[in-house]
Design a binder for this molecule. Structure first.
Ligand code: SF4
Length: 498
C-alpha cells in the first residue's frame, strides 16, 4: 500500500493526477527554482525559531539521516516517558505518515502545532493539519488541541528577533475535527487511485493554480499553442469559457466573442499582426510631463523574517534605486544610483539604510520636474511607508509623491499596442517590442525577484558568488530598468513628433 504524507495528501487534494505524478512520474516535476528554494530555506529558519517558543524539547529527527523509522520509535518512546515537547514528532499507520512540527503537552492536554510562514490561516493549512490529526488519531495519539503557528504581521523587529512575539498561535481544533469525515474519505480515494497505478484522466483547470501553481503544468498544458487563450490579458474567466468550447489559440477566437479594448487589440495583433497607436492620447499624456525628468526605480526585499530594526515581516524594504535624469526630449543629462551597504542592515550604530536612501535621493532630485516610474503605485507605496517611518523626511517624500507620472499608462490603457507585447504591458514585454536590442537576457541578474533574493543573500551572509561582482550585477540590473524607461519615453516622444 502507498503511504500518504501531509504534502502528498494536499497534492492529491489539489489534483489526483498531481499526486500520481508525485509518486510514479517524479522525473516530470519542474526543477526547484531559486525563488522556491528561498521559500524552503525561510520555512526551515522559521521552523527553528518556532521551536524556541516551546523551548527545551527533544528533536525526533536529530542525527537520523532521514530514517523515519528511528523518529517514529523515538516519538513512541518519549511519549511513554512523558516528554513535554517533541519536535518533528513522527507517526505512521498503514497508508499514512505524519511528522509534526511541534508536539507539546500543557495543562494535561496534548497539543499538535504546525508552523506556517504565512500571516494568516489558509484553507490548505487546515487540510494538512486535518491530515496530521487523522494519522495521529489512527496511531493512538490523538491530540486534544491543534494549533497553527503563523507569522504575526504586526510584529516589529527590534534587535534580536523575539520568537514569542513573531508568531501567533491560532487554535484550529474545531475546523480540524469537522474535517475528519472528509479526510477519511479522501484518504481512501487517493490510496485506491494510487493502488490502481493508472494515470488519472484529468483535464487542466483552475485547480492547476490553486492552492499552488502545479509543478507539472509544462507537461499537462503542453497541448496549448503559442499565443493561446490563457495569454489573454486580464481574462477574468473568458479563457476558460473559450477552452470549454475547444478554442485554444487566440487566432481562433470568434469575431463576436465579447472582449474589452485591450483584449481586442491583443487578438487582432495575433490574427492580423496589427499594432495600435493612439497618438492623440499619448500626446495628451506626455504633455503633463515637466522638465527635468527623473526616471526612477526601486529594488526592495520583503523577507518573512525582518532583517532591519523597525520593520515588520514581509514589509517591502527598499535597498537600491536607479535614476536617469533627462530633458523633455529624453536626452540623458545624468545617471545617479544608490545601493545600500549590506553591513548597515545589521549595524545598529549606522544610520538606517532606508534613511540613507531617502537622503541620497533628496540630494539628487531637484524641487521640480516629473518623477517617471513604470507602475508608479509600487514606488509611491514604498515612499508612503518611508514617510511614516521617517517623520523628519515626510514633507520631502509627500512632495515627491505628487510629482509622479506612470509610464505604464499608455500600454496598460491600450493606447499603444504591438503584437510582440503579447498579454503583458510590463516593461519586460514592452521594451523588447520597442527596442529589441535592449534586453535583460545578457544580465546575470535579469529580474526583480532575483535582485531581491540576491541582496537578501548578501545581508544574511548566504551569498555563494563573489560580492563585488554581485554588487556590479545588482547596479547593472536596476540601471537597465530606468535606461529602458528612457528608451520607451524617447520612442513615444518621437511618435508624437511625427
Ligand atoms: S497541471 Fe493541472 S492537471 Fe496536471 S497534474 Fe497539475 S494540477 Fe493536475
Amino acid at each position: 500500500m502507498q503511504t500518504l504524507s501531509k504534502s502528498r495528501f494536499v497534492s492529491g487534494n489539489q489534483c489526483e493526477k498531481k499526486l500520481y505524478f508525485d509518486v510514479y512520474r517524479k522525473e516530470l516535476r519542474r526543477p526547484v527554482s531559486p525563488e522556491q528554494q528561498a521559500l524552503f530555506d525561510t520555512g526551515h529558519q522559521l521552523g527553528a525559531l518556532a521551536q524556541l517558543v516551546f523551548g527545551g524539547g527533544r528533536d525526533a529527527t536529530t542525527d537520523m539521516n532521514s530514517k523515519w523509522g528511528v523518529a517514529i520509535e523515538r516519538t513512541r518512546q518519549w511519549l511513554s516517558e512523558g516528554v513535554t515537547t517533541i519536535y518533528e514528532a513522527t507517526f505512521s499507520v498503514p497508508g499514512g505518515f505524519a511528522a509534526l512540527d511541534i508536539l507539546h503537552h500543557a495543562d494535561g492536554e496534548r497539543w499538535a502545532i504546525e508552523v506556517k510562514s504565512s500571516t494568516s490561516v489558509k484553507e490548505y493549512h487546515l487540510t494538512d493539519a486535518s491530515f496530521q490529526y487523522f494519522v495521529m488519531k489512527k496511531a493512538g495519539f490523538a491530540p486534544d488541541k491543534v494549533f497553527l503557528m503563523h507569522i504575526n504581521n504586526k510584529y516589529v523587529k527590534q534587535e534580536e528577533i523575539d520568537p514569542t512575539l513573531l508568531f501567533h498561535l491560532e487554535d484550529i481544533t474545531e475546523q480540524v475535527l469537522s474535517n475528519q469525515p472528509f479526510v477519511a474519505q479522501q484518504h481512501a480515494a487517493l490510496i485506491e487511485m494510487l493502488s490502481a497505478a493508472a494515470e488519472p484522466q484529468k483535464d487542466i483547470g483552475k485547480h492547476c493554480g490553486k492552492p499552488f501553481s502545479c509543478d507539472y503544468m509544462h507537461h499537462c498544458w503542453a497541448h496549448l499553442p503559442e499565443n493561446n487563450i490563457f495569454d489573454l490579458s486580464n481574462a477574468r474567466g473568458k479563457d476558460w469559457l473559450l477552452y470549454k468550447q475547444g478554442i485554444y489559440s487566440l487566432s481562433d477566437v470568434p469575431d463576436d466573442f465579447p472582449l474589452n479594448h485591450r483584449q481586442e487589440l491583443q487578438v487582432s495583433g495575433v490574427k492580423n499582426n496589427a499594432q495600435h497607436i493612439d497618438v492623440a492620447k499619448i500626446k495628451d499624456f506626455l504633455s503633463t510631463f515637466e522638465a527635468p525628468l527623473y526616471f526612477f526605480d526601486f529594488e526592495t526585499i520583503n523577507p518573512a523574517l525582518p532583517v532591519l530594526d523597525g520593520t515588520r515581516p514581509f514589509e517591502q524594504v527598499p535597498f537600491q534605486y536607479s535614476l536617469h535624469i533627462t530633458d523633455l526630449a529624453g536626452n540623458v543629462i545624468e545617471h545617479r544610483e544608490f545601493l545600500a551597504s549590506p553591513e548597515d542592515f545589521s549595524d545598529v550604530n549606522k544610520t538606517d539604510p532606508r534613511l540613507q536612501l531617502i537622503r541620497h535621493l533628496k540630494s539628487v532630485v531637484g524641487e521640480g520636474g516629473t518623477m517617471v516610474a513604470y507602475n508608479a503605485p509600487f514606488e509611491k507605496t514604498i515612499l508612503k511607508a518611508l514617510a511614516v517611518s521617517f517623520e523628519q523626511e515626510k514633507a520631502f517624500i509627500d512632495s515627491l509623491i505628487d510629482r509622479f507620472a506612470d509610464l505604464l499608462t499608455p500600454f496598460s490603457s491600450g493606447w499603444y499596442y504591438k503584437p510582440e507585447m503579447g498579454a503583458s504591458a510590463s516593461i519586460k514585454s514592452v521594451l523588447p517590442a520597442i527596442a529589441p536590442e535592449f534586453s535583460y537576457k545578457e544580465l546575470p541578474i535579469g529580474n526583480g525577484g532575483l535582485a531581491s533574493s540576491t541582496f537578501h543573500d548578501i545581508i544574511t551572509k548566504k551569498l555563494t558568488g563573489e560580492k563585488n561582482t554581485t554588487t556590479r550585477d545588482l547596479l547593472a540590473y536596476c540601471e537597465r530598468d530606468t535606461e529602458g524607461m528612457v528608451v520607451i519615453y524617447r520612442h513615444l516622444v518621437d511618435l508624437v513628433r511625427e
